[in-house]
Ligand binder design. Sequence first.
Ligand code: SF4
Ligand code: SF4
Length: 385
Amino acid sequence: MSVKVDPNLMKELKAFGLEDANKCFHCGNCTAICPLSTPENPFPRKLVKYAQMGLTDRILQSPEPWLCYYCGDCSDRCPRGADPGETMMVMRRYLTSKYDWTGFARKFYTSEAFEIMAIAVVGILVGLGMVLFRADNPNMEHAFLNSVWPAPAIEIADLIMGGILSVLLLSNTWRCVKFTMGDQLKKIPLEIYISQAKELIVHFITQKRFGECSDRTQWIVHLLIMTGYSTVFLLVVVFLAGGIHVVGLSWDKIAFQRDVIYPFFHPVRLLGYYATFAIMYGTTYALIGRLKKSKAPYKNSHPTDWMFLILLQLTTLTGIFVHFTRLLDWPMTTYVLYVVHLMVAVPMLVLEVPFAKWAHLAFRPVVIFLTKVKEAYAEQQKAAA
Ligand code: SF4
Ligand code: SF4
């Protein structure tokens, strides 16, 4: 089988943040120390080698970048300062851009100016839309969001956003599946995919492989941010987007960001508080770590790493402010803060979920699942031989 060499690959990866991979002299320490590397899928040295040799096709088919959680153990032990953990991170950015058929992800990761401009444009459009499409006579005696932006209008906007996000993310995930599986996609019987399906769910919810790394704090921080964000996503995009009607509740019963204040111990309110705590703790920890460069995963921060944390924290902070001004019944302050909240939250959702850092929430569990499928198929073949 011929191997295509891409002489520009290193230059290309540098555009995605690669810095030190050329220093590697292939001692193998990093692969030996990595708690997640296996004989079937050894990394990170293999990926450093692919980068140095210009093996683009091999990288596209490699599940390994998604099997790494960037604990930084390998970077700490590299005698050459080649930062193999960062190489794996760069590979994830590069692969995300390859999976994305729109070309947005590439622009996002390779141009800081484009990233800032895209976020600003979407935020301004959201703000303008909120100001232009508000009701004529908002309630100025009490903080009632429904009196300014009627719930059905928010539902329609939310459904449209949810639909677009789903199409983009699913189509990019399908490309991830095709690249990772190659010819094996159709060759492996359906029952093997079905038998391994639980891996997809388990890894999505627990990120349990991360727990095998030596720095368990990183795993907990990652888990807090992931579960906090997923909870908010579920509450806002799924429930607010009409799913709640399935269980027969009407709009004015949806308290997450509308007008009814649930009792303190109501599950929806408790879930909201959990998500708020989890995101604020996780993002503050990561932001301080990146500012101090306190450990290997925080040493080289790409602009998208900062933007992701800042947007997430701003969304949560403005959400907290809206919650409290609603409780205090300050109408004008609530309405203004609600607009600011959506001007931050919507760009984060529509740009970060399908095109940037959040996309790994889909890609990683899918690739771990596909790796298990391949292993189960290989075992079946071995038993049959
Ligand atoms: S990245 Fe560092 S530890 Fe890994 S093989 Fe290269 S020199 Fe050795
Ligand atoms: S960052 Fe951690 S999980 Fe990733 S390759 Fe290095 S040691 Fe392995």
